[in-house]
Design a protein around this ligand. Structure first.
Ligand code: NAD
Ligand code: AKB
Length: 318
């Protein structure tokens, strides 16, 4: 893996994925080669150059790319599924226009490689829900999912028409302890740990048997770095790759937490996010990612729960 010449810009660096990706890429390339950007700064980026950036502002984005000699962009800014449904027109605008801004930069050869995440939200109620394949019926029912599906098609189009080296993963729900989640339907599986540690109980906004594809954040960051460093000929899908880690329901994760805290209890009060979850796959088949560039997850459910509880406990007592 060559780590010599990259100069990286992360857009949406202050979010759940961005904080961890910035830290990991800084370990690999040195903090001075990883520019963090977001709508506002946080103390997560004391060691990185930071730029205040609205991803919709194409000129400001261009100026930052030129100023820092950026070669690689990881574009993470978006409205997610639950917040997207509250503000659909803005979700469409942000998710699509900001993608065009970075795709155009790549098309004009100001950068050489682009990462943009898609999501299991590209699937919908007519998709087969078990072991969902890479290629299948896709009729997303959220604005977020519609924007991700359209984004995938645009990525492939820019690759084919303009030779843009864009790479993408359809992340499942991501679970990490380093930052708070930002408006997704899978976020219950992050909140549940905070409440388990604080109050030993959790009220789930999804019903007990709602199984969804999920993944530990460390696995997701590793997948992101692996796909971005794979030789171009191994990246045979330029829309977005299915990516699978674990599949579990609120009842499953609660049972695993109970092994650590026998007095933990869970109750269920489904809200509008239940319909979103019901429209998504329960498990994902990611054989293309495994076969093309060697993907393999490291976390199962017991390991994920143990890791979350140990690390969150440390942050709460620090
Ligand atoms: P998040 O909401 O935690 O973070 C998004 C970041 O983008 C925030 O820091 C926010 O301030 C920033 N942002 C919002 N609008 C912006 C703008 N106009 N300009 C610049 N920055 C802006 O989201 P996340 O969970 O880190 O997700 C990052 C990406 O990964 C998104 O594209 C999301 O769709 C995708 N994804 C996430 C998950 C998940 O489970 N977290 C799953 C699938 C896909
Ligand atoms: C969400 O729930 O919106 C995200 C996702 C799966 O894309 N976590």
């Amino acid at each position: 893996m060559s780590t010599e010449t990259e100069k990286i810009l992360i857009i949406g660096a202050g979010g759940q994925i961005g904080v961890e990706l910035t830290a990991k890429l800084s370990e690999m390339y040195g903090s001075s080669n990883v520019v963090a950007s977001d709508l506002k700064n946080t103390d997560a980026f004391n060691n990185n150059p930071f730029e205040t950036l609205d991803a919709l502002d194409k000129k400001a984005l261009f100026d930052i790319v030129r100023k820092h000699g950026i070669t690689h962009i990881y574009h993470l800014a978006a409205l997610l599924s639950a917040t997207g449904e509250q503000n659909p027109m803005f979700a469409w605008k942000l998710n699509m226009e900001s993608l065009f801004n970075v795709l155009d930069l790549a098309k004009e050869k100001h950068i050489s490689r682009l990462y943009w995440p898609s999501s299991i939200a590209v699937f919908g109620p007519t998709t087969p829900q078990e072991n969902t394949p890479q290629y299948t019926v896709m009729e997303p029912s959220t604005i977020y999912g519609i924007s991700k599906q359209a984004g995938e098609r645009w990525c492939e189009w820019y690759f084919k028409k303009h030779n843009v080296d864009v790479r993408s993963l359809r992340y499942p729900g991501l679970i990490g302890w380093k930052s708070a989640p930002g408006g997704g339907t899978t976020d219950y599986a992050v909140h549940i740990f905070h409440e388990a540690l604080k109050n030993r109980k959790y009220e789930s906004f999804l019903s007990e048997n709602t199984a969804l594809p999920m993944m530990h954040m460390e696995d997701a960051i590793r997948a992101t770095i692996e796909i971005m460093h794979a030789p171009a000929e191994q990246i045979k899908i330029r829309g977005s790759y299915n990516l699978s880690g674990i599949s579990f329901s609120p009842k499953d994760i609660a049972a695993e937490i109970k092994k650590h805290f026998p007095d933990f209890s869970i109750s269920y009060k489904p809200d509008f996010r239940q319909a979103i979850a019901d429209s998504w796959p329960k498990s994902i088949n990611d054989s293309e990612a495994r076969n093309h560039w060697g993907w393999k997850e490291q976390y199962n459910l017991p390991k994920l729960v143990e890791n979350m509880l140990i690390n969150l406990k440390k942050t709460k007592t620090a």
